[in-house]
Design a protein around this ligand. Structure first.
Ligand code: PMP
Length: 381
């Protein structure tokens, strides 16, 4: 049972087809002959498909290798001009580490807002910080990868724009999962990755709103692709797959989101009833439909995951490639280190079935019972 959609979602059939078709074709999107024009038209189509998902203009999209690069690009460009960054303690490392690297030995140029036990920043504290920093960059994620907690960005946008600051959001876990309308959501920049909504890995995008006062600061210099924002031959198969996934997600979102939320509620209800002392993180906040972050006190998540190889889920540190360390997100929400290390994340998506949830619950309950029994026997004198 694959319940790790926040790490990566299975490729949607539409995306697989579009990617394969593009792989079979020859042509550099910059070439003027018909092979090149063919590749360029695939890119144009994908740009329109993504713009339709986000309700923005195709010309406001820069294709990147993923959300990590999009976050780096957004933060670097804004920091070069603005000189300070305000962000939150629960951001993905692609924002937090980028911000830390950019400010370097001027740590006062970075302000990291704390979150409460629900995983939310305090709008008043945010407003006060933004007013203090003035013309800066505010980068706050739309939905958290570990808990699914959704941030209402309106206070950040209002406070930032009132003082001339820019707003960037990491929407990697939100895009393609819930409706996203950039006509309403007045952010200046937004990052996403195709593989979270059923596109291929290694392709993503940065939305930059037309007219945003931002110096062009590419990370990669070269032939001026993507209107000068990102040089290099375009990844046409990846881009075509991203476009097809965006279109499929847009068409199916209204049915998928409530169906997935129902399955998530079923999973949570069953686990909470059958696993004593367990609790859900972020449950009091608005959340993405498909995410459950469940703490199983006294039961290390790595042991639980190892005891249920049939279920693909994650512990809190799944989004980092290095040595496991306790989740900074859960610690920021006030969990003890022990509880953070005893937290499993299940994330569901478009292909998850009710049957899978029933089976996963039985297996997970068995795994927790087993680990608790083993730990109880080793703990006893
Ligand atoms: N931001 C968030 C919130 C994410 O969940 C991820 C992926 N785990 C990223 C950024 C980075 O995406 P990618 O690895 O595709 O660049």
């Amino acid at each position: 049972m694959y319940l790790d959609y926040n790490a990566t979602a299975p490729l949607r059939p539409e995306a697989l087809k579009a990617t394969c078709d593009a792989l079979h074709a020859v042509g550099n999107a910059s070439s003027i002959h018909h092979h090149g024009r063919d590749a360029a038209s695939k890119v144009d189509q994908a740009r329109r498909q993504l713009a339709d998902l986000l309700n923005c203009s195709p010309g406001e999209i820069v294709f990147t290798s993923g959300a990590t690069e999009a976050n780096n690009l957004a933060l670097q460009a804004a920091y070069a001009e603005r000189g300070s960054i305000i962000t939150s303690a629960v951001e993905h490392p692609a924002v937090l580490e980028t911000a830390r690297a950019l400010v370097g030995d001027t740590p006062d140029a970075l302000f990291v807002l704390p979150v409460d036990h629900k995983g939310l920043t305090d709008p008043d504290a945010l407003k006060a910080t933004v007013e203090r920093y003035g013309v800066s960059l505010v980068s706050v994620m739309l939905a958290n990868n570990e808990t699914g907690v959704i941030t209402d960005l309106t206070p950040a946008i209002d406070a930032a724009h009132a003082v001339g600051a820019l707003v960037h959001t990491d929407a990697t876990q939100y895009a393609g999962r819930l409706p996203l309308d950039l006509g309403d959501l007045d952010v200046d920049m937004l990052s996403l990755s195709a593989h979270k909504f059923g596109g291929p890995q290694g392709i993503g995008a940065l939305f930059i709103r037309r007219g945003t006062p931002l110096p062009q600061r590419p990370l990669v210099f070269g032939g001026g692709h993507e209107r000068g924002w990102r040089a290099g031959t375009l990844n046409v198969p990846g881009i075509a797959g991203l476009g097809a996934a965006a279109e499929a997600a847009r068409r199916q979102l209204d049915q998928e989101a409530p169906r997935i939320a129902k399955l998530r509620d079923l999973l949570e209800g069953e686990l909470l009833t059958r696993i004593p002392d367990s609790y859900i993180n972020g449950v009091a906040a608005p959340r993405l439909p498909g995410v459950t972050s469940i703490t199983l006190p006294g039961t290390p998540a790595d042991a639980v995951l190892a005891s249920m190889p049939e279920v693909a889920a994650s512990d809190g540190s799944a989004c980092s490639a290095g040595a496991p360390s306790p989740s900074h997100v859960l610690l920021a929400m006030g969990l003890s280190r022990e509880d953070a290390d005893s937290t499993v994340r299940f994330s569901l998506g478009y292909a998850t079935t009710e049957q899978e949830i029933h089976r996963a619950v039985d297996i997970a309950v068995g795994a927790v019972t087993h680990v608790r029994a083993v730990m109880g026997s080793t703990d006893s004198p």
